[in-house]
Design a protein around this ligand. Structure first.
Ligand code: S3P
Length: 473
């Protein structure tokens, strides 16, 4: 098979019997460096994800006058500037990272200078109206230079932002976070209302850095466990506030663990233990979905790491069965849908994924990319505007597949290749470094069942390695 130089290759794997740590959480790493930069002193961030996306955020902060030292891999020493940044001399390049661009917009909207945010080809196609609307209503000027509200994004910030109450039209932790970050600088109470719960890392990190927020849940039929429904969540912040400097350690990323959770869940006889991974309930939907599909999973919260629950996931493989993923569960698994679609292709029955139109505006159109790659491997897929139906059970075969510069598509299909006849080649996979440096090495080990000798080295660094458990022979 012909493939470009940077590619991932996979072949049918043996059963997995492994213990591993995954790379640091991407969402939390972005927020840690931003909130540390906003704080009033020196903060050490340990286990920072040194992937391309989070490096873009750190580079942006440096361009805004923040001194950030990187004395050893995974350690950032950030000298907070108490929210008083300096104007960047040039455009800020957010690379492939929507989180960088959207969260940074909230901070820049409150600065007394102009800035311009650019991105790579993929980010330049992603909609920014969702952050423009609330930040303009607060009094900043934001203008997307490309059609359909796409980047570059020009921002004229203001020191006199107005506190607003803003109801999110789409469930988005990025937009919620942008408004809350801008709210740090206002006089008065800024409130974000969501109808569906999105990841709450910003709120938890605000608590940890001693920023006062108020959170309120409005329920229908609150006292009836069967009929109760969460109507809305209101998060308020009273401005102005400056985060207190703190040291912070980032847990492992459950979205990176997801690839190996599915690789083991779908293989009868496999067993995997993922250690020191973030178990924030706004991110653990993948576990609920895999349990519904028949996987045997034990999730144990061991500790709370600076406000984030952290622990281990122990999973045993089986023949998976189909499920439905829709409604308020979608934001909780939004980044895991490509790999869950692969799980669906390996399951008995038809899995239906709906209410996930947001996938069309991620790093690529993930519904189209998943459907076409699964079909190329022999799976049966029906595509809907907001999701897909995948009928599992057909044998998968290897193929040469594009990933459209989308890290999660690349990794999901490399895992699909572990279940296919022949070789699967994913082309142009440099994008994997945005969230999972070392993925190719771990894929290679997993293909051999996860059996390696240097267990302690791979686990000690929380570095995304994999090793065979000693206790479980
Ligand atoms: C993220 C939120 C989600 C997610 C993205 C990271 C974050 O995006 O898909 O990978 O860190 O806040 P949306 O906020 O657009 O749903």
């Amino acid at each position: 098979m012909k493939a470009s130089q940077e590619s991932l290759r996979s072949k049918r794997a043996r059963t997995i019997d492994a213990e591993m740590a995954v790379p640091p959480d991407k969402s939390i790493s972005h927020r840690a460096v931003m909130i540390a930069a906003l704080s009033n002193g020196r903060c050490e961030i340990r286990n920072f994800l040194e992937g391309e996306d989070c490096r873009s955020t750190a580079a942006a902060m440096r361009q805004m006058g923040v001194v950030i030292d990187n004395p050893e891999p995974g350690l950032l020493v950030v000298d907070g500037v108490s929210g008083r940044f300096t104007p960047p001399a040039t455009d800020i390049d957010c690379g492939n990272s929507g989180t960088t661009m959207r969260l940074l917009s909230g901070i820049l909207a409150a600065q007394p200078f102009a800035s311009r945010l650019t991105g790579d080809a993929s980010l330049s196609r992603r909609p920014m109206q969702r952050v423009i609307d609330p930040l303009v209503s607060m009094g900043a000027q934001l203008h997307a230079e490309s059609p359909k509200s796409c980047p570059p994004l020009r921002i004229e910030g203001s020191r006199d932002l107005k506190a607003v109450t803003y109801r999110l039209p789409v469930a988005s932790a990025q937009v919620k976070s942008a408004v809350l970050l801008a709210g740090l600088f206002t006089q008065g109470t800024t409130t974000v209302i969501e109808n569906v719960r999105s990841r709450d890392h910003t709120e938890r990190m605000f608590d940890f850095f001693l920023i006062k927020t108020r959170r309120e849940e409005i329920w229908e039929n609150k006292n009836s466990p069967k009929d109760r429904r969460l109507v809305e969540i209101r998060t308020s912040i009273e401005g102005p506030q400056t985060p207190e400097s703190m040291d912070f350690t980032v847990p492992g990323d459950i979205s990176s663990a997801a690839f190996w959770l599915v690789a083991s869940a779908a293989q009868p006889g496999s067993r995997l233990l993922v250690k020191d991974v973030g178990l924030n309930p706004t991110r653990t939907g993948i576990i609920d979905v895999l349990v519904r599909m028949g996987a045997r999973i034990r999730e144990v919260i061991e500790t709370s790491l600076h406000g984030e629950p952290v622990g281990n996931i122990d999973i045993k493989g089986t023949q998976l069965r189909a499920t439905t993923i829709c409604g308020s569960e979608i934001p909780n698994v939004i980044d895991e849908i490509p790999i869950l679609a692969v799980a669906a292709a390996l399951a008995e029955g038809t899995t239906v994924i709906r209410d996930a139109a947001e996938l069309r505006v991620k790093e690529t159109d993930r519904i189209a990319a998943v459907a076409s790659n699964l079909r190329a491997m022999g799976a049966e897929v029906e595509e809907f505007p907001d999701g897909m139906a995948i009928t599992g059970g057909r044998p998968l075969h290897g193929a040469v597949l594009p990933c459209h510069h989308d890290h999660r598509i690349a990794m999901a299909f490399a895992v699909a290749g572990l279940f296919a006849d022949g070789e699967t080649v994913i082309e142009d996979t440099a994008c994997v470094n945005t969230s999972y440096p070392g993925f190719a090495e771990t894929l290679h080990l997993m293909q051999r069942g996860g059996h390696v000798k240097r267990r302690h080295r791979l686990l000690a660094g929380l570095s995304g390695g994999v090793a065979k458990p000693e206790a479980r022979q």
